[in-house]
Design a protein around this ligand. Structure first.
Ligand code: ATP
Ligand code: MG
Length: 380
């Protein structure tokens, strides 16, 4: 059972009541002061004039009282009326401005993130309030857009493996397809794809919300490079692409405070992309150099390259330069978003460059070597 909300006074009425109360108090004070001082002073002056007849004094004092009571009453009444008129005008203006905020807030609450508070020039505080509100509405709109796009992309990514699983299972049930080793292997591959998708999304979402768990450790760059190369070796051999590690001794000896598994994932994702986009006979280089307090890790390939218009978007979730071809490779466009999140969690930056399609690509990760510049860093 919902109780009917008690009708409360509006801001305009409250302001007006407050102003009237102030005026009444001011009028009463003025009256009290005039009543206390005026007749006294008048009386003293009358006595100083030494009138022959005392009835003249009482008559004059009576006349004075009537005169000041009447004139002060009329003056205060006029002041009260004009003040109320001015106050009504002012409170209406304030109430109108707040009504703009209320309407905009109601529109945002109902999902219309394009709603904005109009400019009303009501002073700095109000402009700040309106500015903060408009920024909030714009941010909410952006979040909503990303959310809708991500849900759409996610549904899209799930559709292919789910449809494949469904088709094969139906075939097996109908006896059209035999559940032999290759078929089961294929089904397991689709399940693994869905599982990886769920894992990747959990990771980027956690990173986006700033709750990516990090296990900081002292990590020698040489070991990081060798591990990543060893892990990727089989894929390179299978595809017939050469993988070279080129690191200066200074870079190899550098010790980072990092999460070894996560940085390993960064290199794995970059190497995975490189081998995927490099044709047989091509070459991929994993490089490391030290420049002052920065360690630069690069993955350079001689593969299909990336057109300039795609470069600014590569690190966005679900972005693929060639959706059909990349999806056929099993990619869902999250790998580089994960790379971006992990590198940022290490206080670093990642960039992608390419001279254009057919001319290879270069991904560069810059990491700070000074441990305590890292956000959220705790010494191991
Ligand atoms: N070395 C590269 N050469 C050419 N294009 C690349 C390279 N690395 C990435 N790309 C392009 O950037 C897109 C995004 O890469 P990302 O790693 O995020 O996704 P993916 O590899 O398609 O899928 P996932 O990594 O989630 O399996 C790729 O789809 C591809 O179009
Ligand atoms: Mg990838």
């Amino acid at each position: 059972m919902s109780a009917t909300p008690r009708r409360r006074w509006g801001l305009g009425a409250r302001l007006l009541a407050a102003i009237v109360a102030v005026i009444l108090v001011a009028a009463a004070t003025a009256w009290a002061v005039a009543a206390a001082i005026g007749p006294e002073i008048f009386h003293d002056h009358m006595l100083m004039a030494e009138p022959a007849d005392s009835s003249v004094v009482s008559h004059a004092e009576e006349a004075f009282t009537t005169a000041w009571t009447l004139s002060l009453s009329l003056a205060l009444l006029a002041a009260l009326l004009t003040s109320v008129v001015v106050s009504v005008f002012l409170t209406r203006r304030i109430a109108r401005s707040l009504e703009g905020v209320r309407q905009a807030a109601a529109r945002v609450a109902s999902g219309d993130y394009a709603a904005r508070v109009p400019d009303v020039h009501m002073g700095g505080e109000f402009d700040d309030l309106a500015g903060a509100f408009n920024t909030m509405a714009a941010d909410l709109g952006e979040i909503e857009q990303t959310r809708t796009r991500m849900l759409g992309d996610l549904a899209h990514e799930m559709r292919t493996p789910v449809a494949t699983l469904d088709g094969y299972l139906e075939g097996i049930l109908d006896g059209v397809v035999t559940a032999d080793e290759p078929t089961v292997g294929m089904l397991r591959e689709q399940v693994a794809r869905l599982a990886r998708l769920a894992q990747d999304i959990t990771l980027v979402t956690a990173a986006g919300e700033g709750r990516l768990s990090m296990h900081w450790q002292a990590l020698q760059v040489g070991a990081l490079l060798d591990d990543a190369a060893a892990q990727a070796a089989a894929r390179f051999t299978d595809k017939g692409v050469e993988l070279r590690v080129e690191a200066t001794e200074e870079a190899r000896q550098t010790v980072l405070t990092a999460d070894p598994d996560r940085l390993g994932q960064v290199l794995t994702n970059l190497l995975d992309n490189a081998v995927r986009h490099t044709p047989q006979g091509g070459r991929v280089q994993l490089e490391a150099q030290r420049a002052g307090s920065t360690l630069r890790l690069s993955v350079r390939d001689s593969g299909s390259g990336i057109a300039a218009e795609h470069l600014p978007h590569l690190f966005e979730r679900f972005y693929r330069a060639d959706a059909a071809r990349d999806r056929a490779h099993g990619g869902s466009g999250i790998g580089l978003a994960i790379v971006h999140s992990i590198v940022h969690a290490h206080g670093g930056a990642v960039t992608a460059t390419s001279p254009g399609p057919g001319h290879g690509a270069l991904f560069t990760v810059d990491l700070p070597v000074v441990a305590d510049t890292r956000p959220g860093h705790r010494s191991p």
